[in-house]
Design a protein around this ligand. Structure first.
Ligand code: MTE
Ligand code: MO
Length: 326
């Protein structure tokens, strides 16, 4: 397991986290004092540079200022996983199948220009430029994250509800599912030259899951725009599902009538189902899902049903057999 010694952590990263924590504290106290503009829009280019952002990426206009990011009621108040671990322990097979190598393999990944086309069974298909998505009101959404491999993190995302995007395109009454697609560009994503997975990476949600207020498109973390290794410039986050549902570097979203194919289900149909809700009672065929290792922590934790979000999402699955619909 990955347990960092203090000496492994670069001082620049410690500083970054400190600044972030202070800002959160500042934001909270400012809200209490009634002076903060806690909602609204939010980019002023005031952030200190993040070491993880590749040189040459034009992000100045999109920098996220943490103080101005709205505080979501859904945020969990648990010890944050360090920026170091969040940006150096990644799954992103387009760059590398080794969790420790994604950061270096994705360094310099160009995410401008970038657009996300949203279409299919909608009244108003539209292609959103990334800078337009970054102008949606952004929120701080600190979520538990659990990978199917039994490690977990607590990640302070910045993003906005996917529902806000879907409302703009007006799904028709035939739309029942939402399909997502990652960029396919082997020149920029070198591991797409291998056949380790079917490319492009695809994922899907039922429409009610996609519209749930916990489901977000993340554009940043720790108050900064997303580093490449975490899915720049925009990725899905569905906190009650296993990590692989959180598709990265999205270029296409399609409203469809039938359950769409998903990459890990194609790769291993009896290991990865469409729903992939975090469920300690349903084992992965090759290992138990009852426990998890929170990165940076000693000892295991019991995994919670729906990753601890049952109160908010259990109703979505009422009457369904979650062993069959795993
Ligand atoms: N496009 C794409 N998205 C992806 C993956 C991937 O390989 N490619 N891996 C998934 C898996 S298995 C996990 S656990 C999470 C990891 O997200 P993180 O690296 O930001 O922690 O991303 C998910 N999204
Ligand atoms: Mo994963």
């Amino acid at each position: 397991m990955l347990i960092k010694k203090a000496s492994d952590i670069k001082s620049s990263e410690i500083t970054d986290e400190k600044v972030y924590r202070n800002r959160r504290w500042f934001m909270k106290s400012a809200i209490l004092a009634g002076t903060a503009t806690a909602t609204g829009l939010l980019y002023r280019g005031l952030n200190p540079p993040t070491p993880e952002l590749p040189k040459g990426e034009k992000i100045e206009t999109a920098k996220i200022v943490t103080e101005d990011v709205g505080k979501s009621a859904f945020t969990v108040n648990e010890k944050l996983t360090s920026l170091q671990d969040i940006t150096n322990y990644n799954n992103f097979y387009e760059f590398s199948t080794s969790k420790g190598s994604v950061a270096s393999a994705s360094k310099g990944f160009i995410t401008r220009p970038w657009s996300v086309s949203v279409g299919g069974l909608v009244n108003n298909p539209k292609t959103f430029d990334i800078d337009e998505l970054l102008r949606f009101p952004q929120e701080d959404r600190t979520y538990r994250f659990r990978c199917v491999e039994a490690w977990s993190m607590v990640i302070p995302w910045v993003g906005f509800p996917l529902a806000k995007l879907l409302e703009k395109v007006e799904p028709t009454s035939e739309a029942k599912y939402v399909a997502f697609q990652t960029l396919y560009d082997p020149k920029r994503m070198p591991n797409q030259n291998t056949s380790v997975l079917d490319w492009p990476y695809v994922e899907g949600l039922r429409l009610d899951e996609a519209m749930h207020p916990l489901t977000i498109l993340a554009t940043g973390l720790y108050g900064q725009t997303l580093p490449p290794q975490d899915g720049a410039p925009v990725r899905l986050v569905v906190p009650w599902k296993y990590g692989f549902k959180s598709i990265k570097s999205i270029v296409k979203i399609t409203l469809v009538a039938d359950e769409p194919p998903t990459t890990w289900n194609i790769a291993g149909p009896n290991e990865y189902g469409f729903y992939s809700n975090v469920n300690p009672d349903v084992d992965h065929p090759r290992w138990s899902q009852a426990m998890e290792q929170r990165i940076g922590e000693y000892g295991g934790r019991r995994t919670l049903m729906f990753n601890g979000y049952g109160e908010q999402v259990a109703h979505l699955y009422q009457g369904m057999d979650l062993r069959r619909n795993f």
